[in-house]
Design a protein around this ligand. Structure first.
Ligand code: ZN
Length: 375
């Protein structure tokens, strides 16, 4: 839904970050606790106390979600999967894996770890709540403990909705995967089920709204839409993953890229190369030796009047690890390099020699064609 995320802290080697949507949610949680839930169940406390309880409750929820995600990550790690970061999303979190789980069993264990942690937290808070009640701890303490017990149970239930890529969806997929032995087929079925669920949730939202519960209905619609997007995206991811499996840069590179000589003027470069081919980056070579690259961005600041007396040579950026890649590199590594550097064209270098150029456009076209022909 939102792409912005904010890194918070590092714990046991995992980077914990929040999706921008979470900040809005955090505010909504504090607000609805302070103005709704706590005054409803515990009337006659001072206004300031409700806000204080709301903030503590929201922090408790936040910590609970992190514990939920950590349990996924922990199980992933003891099963040999690498988890790089944990992002908190709209109603829960996503532990981002660097790779898909290797077997149905691992995926099942990993997925179920989160809801188990949430149920355990819920029981723990329920115990404390009862203790607080019987020992006569302060009303706000009792209220917050009761809330945390309830919200953790709700989190467990929500995450068990079989809408991929939630935990329930992953559990469903792992069972299908185990039964069929085919992860792609399992993902396909799990995504269909998820999409059906997300439509049902949006539908409930509209019914709720029609029945007069506007805010409640809006929540359902928001969650349904989020699940729909997520299910769609994760299915596409797995298709892309499949179409790129085992492929290297060599499979996609253009071995005869357009080369620019270093001794032409900027005007010649712009008219004969940039306007003609519309590429953002060209390799610059002299006598078969790569000097580096020239990009349209590099020369943007040069005024037109100087185009005739400045040479390409002056604007060369050295070829180096940041703008080049080796031909035997895995294509997924190449894609993440493009994503990281923002470069859509990379030089393909082997033993200091230019052997081709690899472009994001070619990769995307290949993936689109492959999906069109095989689905
Ligand atoms: Zn989970």
């Amino acid at each position: 839904m939102f792409k912005k995320k904010i890194d918070l802290f590092k714990l046991f080697g995992f980077t914990v970050s929040v999706d921008a949507s979470w900040l809005i949610i955090l505010f909504l949680v504090v607000w609805s606790l302070a103005k709704g839930l706590f005054p409803y169940y515990y009337p006659e406390l001072p206004e300031r106390t409700y806000w204080f309880m709301g903030i503590i409750g929201a922090i408790g929820l936040f910590v609970s979600i992190i514990i939920h995600e950590f349990s996924h990550s922990y199980v992933a790690r003891i099963n040999g999967l690498r988890i790089s970061e944990i992002t908190l999303f709209i109603f829960g979190g996503v532990a981002r894996m660097k790779e898909e789980p290797g077997s149905a069993k691992v995926e099942f264990r990993m997925a179920i770890a989160g809801p188990i942690a949430s149920v355990a937290l819920s029981l723990l808070f329920a115990g404390l709540y009862l203790l607080s009640n019987s020992l006569g701890w302060s009303t706000p303490t009792t209220a917050i403990l009761g809330y945390l017990s309830g919200i953790n149970m709700l989190l467990a239930v929500f995450n068990m909705i079989p809408a991929f890529p939630t935990d329930g969806g992953r559990i469903l997929r792992s069972i299908l995967w185990w039964k069929t032995g085919d992860i792609y087929l399992a993902t396909k079925i799990a995504s269909r089920v998820s999409i059906a669920f997300s439509f049902a949730i949006v539908f409930i939202g509209f019914l709720d709204m029609a029945g007069g519960n506007f805010i409640g209905g809006l929540w359902w619609i928001l969650i349904g839409t989020f699940l729909f997007n997520a299910a769609n995206m994760s299915y596409q991811n797995i298709l892309i993953e499949r179409s790129l499996k085992g492929k290297t840069v060599r499979d996609f590179m253009n071995p005869n890229p357009i080369i620019v000589p270093s001794d032409i003027t900027l005007r010649e470069f712009i008219e004969k190369y940039v306007y003609r081919y519309h590429y953002k980056m060209f390799p610059v070579m002299d006598d078969g030796r790569v000097l580096g690259i020239i990009t349209a961005k590099n020369i943007k600041t040069v005024p037109r009047t100087e185009w005739d007396n400045r040479l390409v040579r002056e604007f060369i950026q050295r070829a180096g690890p940041e703008n080049s890649i080796e031909p035997d590199t895995d294509i997924k590594t190449c894609l993440s390099k493009m994503e990281r550097t923002g470069l859509t064209r990379l030089l393909v270098m082997e033993d200091g020699k230019l052997v081709g150029i690899v472009t994001l456009k070619d990769l995307l076209e290949y993936m689109a064609l492959k999906m069109e022909l095989e689905e």
